[in-house]
Design a binder for this molecule. Structure first.
Ligand code: FPP
Length: 250
């Protein structure tokens, strides 16, 4: 990995889409109106990634904890997910987007699970943009599932306990086939990870904005990219070591 790839655009953008509820509240509208406006911002974000050649985009659409929200909000969100998928999938496919869902899909209704599966199958061979929707996803659950898979491998004699290293865990968490996110954007003013991709975000640059998710536009995303490209990614090394590595590779 080039230590100074900071000059480049991110390979994998991860996004915590926060602020839909407050956007609606400020307009004295029900929260679901904010989520609908948020769906338009999702389209803006996908367009941006396609235009800039960002190869992977992972969106936190629904956390494991979001099931605890009021029933009407959860129901409204589920309807919105179905509606948006049905409306957008053909166009996403045409534009070369590969769509995948990460998280515990068993908790969704059969109708939603079928759509998830169908959209994954339809777009499986696309390679322009890998769009990953984290739905009923939790970072700790992801790591726990990887630990369980490793335990099963050991119990079945496929690997020895002493084989378990970083690479073995990395191969079993979600999105193992993609480069880990190098930039995390969170809208809505809070500065936390909220149990998103805990393992995968270890070296990501973090960028926070007070902009509420439905107000997201290309200029805001460009600010994030500009700041990302100005940051030096040292991966635990010193600045002069990074410069030396870059000189050797040049
Ligand atoms: C967080 O805002 C947002 C969500 C829990 C839902 C995200 C869903 C969308 C953007 C809709 C469409 C998505 C797809 C993938 C089609 P919040 O409700 O927590 O906002 P608040 O912090 O202001 O209450």
């Amino acid at each position: 990995m080039m230590a100074s790839e900071s000059k480049a655009i991110p390979k994998h953008l991860a996004v915590i889409m926060d602020g839909n509820g407050r956007w609606a509240q400020r307009r004295k509208r029900p929260r679901i109106i904010g989520h609908r406006a948020g769906a338009r911002a999702v389209a803006t974000c996908i367009d941006f990634c396609l235009e800039r050649g960002i190869g992977a985009l992972t969106l936190f659409a629904f956390s494991s904890e979001n099931w605890g929200r009021p029933e009407d909000e959860v129901g409204g969100l589920m309807k919105l997910f179905v509606h948006v998928l049905d409306r957008e999938i053909a166009e996403l496919h045409r534009r070369g987007v590969r769509i995948r869902f990460i998280g515990d899909r068993e908790r969704f209704s059969p109708a939603i699970r079928e759509r998830m599966q169908a959209s994954e199958t339809l777009t499986a061979a696309n390679a322009t943009l890998s769009l990953n929707i984290a739905a009923s996803y939790g970072g700790r659950q992801d790591i726990a599932a990887a630990a369980r898979a490793l335990a099963e491998d050991v119990a079945a004699g496929r690997i020895a306990a002493s084989d378990i290293d970083e690479a073995a865990v990395a191969a079993r968490v979600a999105l193992a086939d993609l480069p880990p996110p190098d930039l995390l954007v969170r809208t809505g003013g809070d500065q936390r990870i909220s149990n998103f991709l805990l393992w995968q975000l270890a070296y990501a640059e973090l960028w926070f904005t007070d902009t509420l998710w439905p107000d997201l536009d290309a200029a805001t995303l460009q600010r994030a990219l500009d700041e990302f490209s100005g940051r030096e990614r040292r991966f635990g090394l010193t600045g002069s070591q990074v410069a030396a590595i870059d000189e050797n590779r040049a």
